[in-house]
Design a protein around this ligand. Sequence first.
Ligand code: SF4
Length: 452
Amino acid sequence: MHIAEINTMRVLILQFTDPTQDTPTPLFSHNIGVLCSCLKERKFTASVVALNGYQPGKLRAAMIENRPQYVLVDMPILSATAARRTIADVAWQFALPVAVMGHYPTCQPSRAISIPGVSALFLGEYERPAVDFLQDVRSQFDSSGLQGVWLNTAEGLVKGAPRPVETNLDSLPFPDRDVFDYGKIVAATGEAAFKAARGCARWCGQCINDIYVDLHQETNNVRRRSVGNLLAEISDVIARYEGVKRIRFYDHAFACDLAWLREFAARYRSSVSLPYSCYVPLEDVCAETAELLASSGCNRVDTMIGSGSRFIRDEVQTIHVSNEQIIGGCALLRQCGIDIFADVYVGLPYETQITFEDTINLVAKTQVRNIRPVIYYPLTGTRAADMCRENGWVSGRGEECYWRGRSVLDMPSLPARSINDLAQKLPSMLKRRRGLRIRQWLSSVFSAPKNG
Ligand code: SF4
C-alpha cells in the first residue's frame, strides 16, 4: 500500500435499513456517527451506504464510488440474512476484508465470526475497538488479542476480552451526521435526533439490553452525557442544518435520572427554543417527571404499554409495572399536555384471547389515542425468545416476517394468522370499543382454523 494511502485509509460502513422501503437512504445512527467522527479524528476516510436488503447492484455502485480498503458491516439481528450474502460478495467478488459490528455480532458472536468472508468482529460498543483495530491494520501491526475484537487468523480464532464500556460519554466526539446526508433527513422530517445516554437500567425479556449488560458483567450499564455536552451538540446541529423544527431524544434512559432531568429542564429552554419528544418508560413517570418534561418543552412521549396481561408483563416481558402505574403514568403526562405514542405488543408468548382482551381493556383505560401495534418477534438470545424456542413455537418463517408485520410464532393458544389479524385491527377495535361485539369478533378469530 502506498504511504499516502496508508495515511488516508478509506473505510466503508454498510448499514442495513428497512427492506420494505423502496429507496434505501442512510438512517441516522448515533453509534455509527460517533464511529465515523472517531475515524476521521485518526485521519481515516469514512462513508456510510444504506442497503435495504441484499442489493448487489447498489453494493457494486458503492464500491466503485467509495473505493474502500476496509468494509465494516453494521449487522442488525433482523437483517442478518441479507448481511451474510452481502459480506460474501464483498469478500469474494471485491476481495476486501470485512469486519462486523452491532447487535447481531454482539448477541451471536460465534455465529457472526463464522460467516464466510468475515475477518474481524467488534463486540459490544464498537467505536474504540474499531478504531484501534483499523489503526493496527493501517500500520500493519498484529491486532490479535485487542480488547473487544475477535479475529480470524491463519492460526484460528483469536478472541480479545470484552472491552470495558466508555464511562465518560463526553469524551466521545459528536456523531458525524454528514455521512448520513443529514441535511436531507432534516429537510424531509424537520427533526433532529439525539442520544442523551447509553445503556438501560431495565431488563425487558424481549430486549437485547441484558446481553450487553452480561457482556461487561455490570448490573447497570447506563451512562449519561452531561447536560452541557448534549445541549452543545443540539446547538451545533441546529446551526449546521437548516430547518430543524423539533428535537427527538431516542434513547430509552433519557428521563430515568431525576437529578439529571432537573438540570436538563432548567437549561434546555434557554439554549434551545424547540419542542422535543423523548422515550419514557411509564413506571418512571411521577408528577415531577411529567412537569419537568412539559415545562422544558416536551410535547410528545414515546413509550411502551406492552401487554395488558400482568402475567405476560411479569413473566415474559419482565416489566414489573402494575396496571395502575401504566394508567397513572399516562394520566400524569396527559394532564401536562404531553401527547403519548405507545407500542402495544400483540402475540407475545402465552398470548390468548383473554390476554388480548386484557390488553384492549388496559389500553382503553389509559386513553392513549396513538397506539402502534407491534407484532412480537423473538430476537435470538433474549429471554423471551429462549422461552419460545424451548416451547417449540418458533416457525421457520424468519426475519422477513418482522419486516412484513407478520408473526413468526406458531403457538397453540393463538395461531399466527390470528395474531396478524388482531394487530391489524387493534386501532379500530379501540376506537369502536363495545365489549360484547369485540368479544364476539375475538371468538370468531380464535375459533378460526389454526394454520399460520
Ligand atoms: S426499556 Fe427499552 S432499552 Fe431498556 S430493556 Fe426495555 S426495551 Fe430494552
